[in-house]
Design a protein around this ligand. Sequence first.
Ligand code: COA
Length: 328
Amino acid sequence: MKQARIVGTGSYLPQRVLTNHDLSKMVETSDEWIVSRTGMKERRLAREDEYASSMGTEAARLALKDAGKSSEEIDFILVATLTPDYIFPSTACLIQQELGAKKAAALDLQAACSGYLYALSMAKALIESGISRNVLVIAAEKLSSITDYQDRSTCILFGDGAAAAVVSAEGSGLAIKTVHLGADGEQAELLMLPAGGCRKPASQESLEQRMHYIKMSGNEVFKHAVRRMQEAAKECLEASGVSEEELAWVIPHQANIRILDAIAKRFSHLPANRLYKTLEKYGNTSASSIGIALDEWRKEGLGKTGEKVLLTAFGGGFTWGAALLHYE
Ligand code: COA
């Protein structure tokens, strides 16, 4: 059977930095509160003329270069985003055009912060079924466009950025062994963007009520995130026949340091630095967060041949997932 592998990665972070100190001038908060409750110190903000498509294109170019592939070799582009440039056309089509990936089909998918893992799962299926040979997985978020900088409980968390991976039927890299996904629409309203869709199109009222921004019940989401990410990790490992002790690295969605600490407890055999973190400098970049972390982890040369790596995510929907990768 064919084996899908990540053979190249890339990421893009906008240059502008938004520090906790900057936020403390915008809402009633403090560096001390944000660091102790979230672990975050800074996040990046896209310029006005930077979009999910332009950031995704930059990340994709770097991933293609890393993989040693041209855009013409790509036959499918999957873009995970909850901040697309437009409702339609898809951001994937805009990126396809920018890259000149003329032979590629292009599709957006939306699984909030679990989007990267959902896209990896689709890429694996496309490759291993023989439908595609080279799939470009991209996650790109301009969360600053839907963040309410008057709401101190959410604006401290989110940042902008993009990540990409070339998933291929040939070449060496990180073999995608198992991706385990889940969803539960029952708690959809705990984390959502209420207006702008067909249920509540933009109106004077929706603008006045600030309904085009992320609304979140932080406490509730926190509890679900811990539970679901731990369960997803366990179920993914069980499905793979791999024990927790065999893992060399865990690269989780960068939601909150306390959520990551709770996950770390499950993998108590791992030294603390083997749970890879970027949230201190980038905050929560939703679908992009695992992809950015994976790219930085690779570029730092931290992984070694033969090691097993677990990715785990949770997001609005609710959605969640975990993926087991083998470094080959
Ligand atoms: N600065 C200072 N005080 C703040 C604050 C801020 N930025 N944000 C909230 N507070 C206040 C609240 O108003 C509340 O005050 P009160 O007790 O007077 O009502 C108090 O801090 C405690 O609020 P609470 O919501 O219980 O804090 P918390 O410890 O749960 O932390 C989050 C809030 C948002 C950091 C935390 O719930 C969280 O990270 N949740 C998960 C979010 C997430 O990961 N979402 C994406 C999932 S993919």
